[in-house]
Design a protein around this ligand. Structure first.
Ligand SMILES: Nc1ncnc2c1ncn2[C@@H]1O[C@H](COP(=O)(O)OP(=O)(O)O)[C@@H](O)[C@H]1O
Ligand SMILES: O=c1[nH]cc([C@@H]2O[C@H](COP(=O)(O)O)[C@@H](O)[C@H]2O)c(=O)[nH]1
Length: 368
């Protein structure tokens, strides 16, 4: 016999199916009911055997959750300087990318407890991507495959020196990572030790994530993916524990033109005035500038041969996050980041396969 549910019962069951950890308070708010009315419906549904019990959550005290993009990256490297308006001979390589996914993969290689929260399409690429993430040691139980959407893709044209000339992003799918998405999964996100987000999320999604992290006092690291997507961040950055980005992203968020060291420092200061605790400005081959409370400093880039710069910023961010998680100072964590970034530029993949967990060991910073 098929049971005939009222509209409210149906919506409550849908919400619980989406998120078995949802609280009665959250249900009440989402459905515009009082908490006691929700309690009544729930006890009725429980008596009828539709709800078997409540999910209990234990805090994932070690887990770093990375929220954002997971793409198929195609890199086309030209054999001679690019000529516009004509066909250029290239060699195309394909790997998995996406800023949040790249960071998560670096963290998994460092043997950190890491979860990836992303959205892929219900297509071959999406399936292969999540399978590979699982194999690499990430928890992808919070990642979803959506019908009617394509898995995100990123196509970059690189010059013969490995520097990016132009990149194309087909990532409409991430608009689904919106405010409702963050609220729906919040009870799972908030059990993590640290949250790392890229800026592939929608503007409203990012705002909701910032507000929720601030309210619950969760460590939040923001890593913008590009200058245009960095502009999705809200003007009030109170609640951002750490911001890591390059010069263009710094300029986009601070509104200050970054021309040299002085203007870069001013832009970092502006971010701190907007509420960010710690800021790291990555400067390509020149290294990084870091600033927190009373302390600040410049670190030189590692001299290395460059094959492909894709993913260098993501590797750097993963090194910093892992370093801080291990209790290092921001400066020392940046040294770990520099080491990971240097390894990444030496390979064609977006994430190097040669990241070694003992780079994180205490007392090794002088060797990094
Ligand atoms: N040409 C390079 N040589 C050495 N290290 C590099 C080079 N380009 C990038 N890196 C490393 O990667 C980090 C991030 O690179 P950057 O270009 O600043 O950011 P993004 O990759 O996000 O654009 C740098 O801080 C540096 O450590
Ligand atoms: O709008 C976006 N552009 C690019 C990326 C990802 O950024 C990485 C390249 O980063 P960078 O070039 O900053 O190192 C690639 O893996 C790509 O998939 C992304 O997530 N979102």
């Amino acid at each position: 016999m098929t049971r005939q549910w009222g509209e409210k019962e149906k919506r409550i069951l849908e919400k619980i199916r989406d998120n078995p950890f949802i609280t009665q308070q959250e249900l009440a708010k989402d459905l515009g009911l009082s908490r006691s009315a929700v309690a009544g419906y729930i006890s009725q549904l429980t008596r009828q055997g539709e709800i078997l019990g409540r999910a209990y959550l234990l805090p994932e005290r070690e887990r770093i959750i990375c929220i954002g993009g997971a793409n198929l990256d195609r890199k086309a490297k030209t054999s001679a300087p690019v000529e516009w308006g004509t066909s250029n001979p290239v060699e195309v390589r394909q790997t998995f990318g996406g800023v949040a996914r790249n960071i998560a993969e670096n963290l998994a290689q460092l043997e950190m407890d890491v979860a990836l929260m992303t959205i892929v399409g219900q297509d071959r690429e999406g399936e292969a991507l999540l399978t590979e993430c699982r194999r690499q040691g990430m928890d992808v139980s919070l990642s979803t495959a959506l019908a009617d959407y394509r898995t995100g893709s990123y196509t970059a044209v690189l010059d013969p020196a490995g520097e990016m000339v132009l990149a194309l992003a087909d990532m409409g799918i991430y608009d689904q990572m919106d405010k409702a998405f963050i609220h729906r999964y919040w009870s799972r996100i908030r059990t993590s030790y640290m949250v790392v987000t890229d800026t592939n999320l929608s503007k409203e999604g990012l705002k909701a994530l910032l507000q929720r992290c601030r309210k619950d006092g969760l460590f939040l690291c923001v890593v913008p993916v590009s200058a245009p997507k960095a502009r999705r961040l809200p003007p009030d950055l109170e609640g951002v524990s750490l911001w890591i980005g390059n010069g263009e992203e710094l300029e986009a968020v601070s509104g200050i033109s970054v021309q040299d060291r002085d203007s870069g420092e001013s832009a970092c200061r502006r971010l701190r005035e907007k509420g960010v605790d710690r800021v790291v400005w990555t400067r390509g081959a020149h290294g990084v500038y870091w600033v927190e409370e009373e302390k600040k400093g410049w670190l030189k880039g590692t001299r290395t041969s460059v094959v492909d710069v894709t993913g260098a910023g993501d590797a750097f961010a993963a090194g910093v996050v892992a370093g801080l998680k291990k209790g290092r100072s921001l400066e020392s964590a940046c040294r770990v980041g520099l080491k990971l970034a240097a390894r990444t530029v030496q390979t064609e993949a977006s994430v190097s396969e040669e990241i070694i967990p003992n780079w994180l060991e205490e007392g090794r910073e002088e060797k990094l």
